[in-house]
Ligand binder design. Structure first.
Ligand code: 5GP
Length: 179
């Protein structure tokens, strides 16, 4: 990690301790259900990999990638599916895994799209939550850490596709993007 560019917010040990707690809750809550864990690409891939390995239940995994619509609708936050799920979610208990919830608009639309496919249930698990920036009301059943309104990278999160591989969640120093 280049510590001239980032400040560590949560190191790997702190993250793993929290991931284990969340996985225990999920293991309790989904006993006897048809759990399908849906990761939102790309940011959730590291969190998802750690989380599912701590869940002590049968489960399936799928991924979805979305992007914002063109300039005219950016303010609405409406999303377009870039990569859809590979399998049906009919009658499944869907757990969406996300890296960070900011305005909440992305997840609002993802949930709306998936709800039309007759799943048994849909819940959300996000590693990070920036509640101060919320625009869409979206319940988050499992949250790792609530953070202040700072731009974070690492543990899957990027800035211009860099930093995803950093093992810690870090605040990107403004000097990096204010050049
Ligand atoms: P929302 O629709 O909730 O505003 O946007 C969520 C998405 O915005 C996240 O999945 C992530 O891609 C991006 N995002 C929001 N805040 C941050 C941040 O602090 N760092 C990074 N790397 N991405 C962020």
């Amino acid at each position: 990690m280049n510590l001239e560019q980032v400040d560590i917010l949560y190191d790997r040990d702190v993250i793993m301790a929290r991931v284990k707690e969340i996985a225990q809750e999920i293991t309790r809550d989904y006993q006897g259900k048809s759990l399908l864990v849906v990761g939102i690409l790309k940011g959730a891939f590291v969190f998802m990999a750690d989380l599912v390995r701590e869940i002590d239940l049968p489960l399936e995994i799928d991924f979805m990638d979305v992007s914002s619509y063109g300039a005219s609708t950016v303010s609405s936050g409406e999303v377009r599916i870039v990569k859809d799920l590979d399998y049906s979610i009919h009658d499944k208990d869907v757990l969406i895994v996300e890296d960070i919830v900011d305005t909440g608009l992305t997840l609002y639309y993802i949930k709306e799209i998936l709800a039309k496919r007759s799943p048994c249930s849909i819940k959300i698990c996000s590693l990070l939550d920036k509640p101060s920036r919320r625009k869409a009301h979206i319940p988050l059943e499992y949250v790792g850490f609530a953070i202040p309104d700072k731009f974070v990278v690492g543990y899957g999160l990027d800035y211009a596709e860099q930093y995803r591989h950093y093992p810690a969640v870090c605040v990107l120093k403004p000097s990096v993007y204010e050049k």
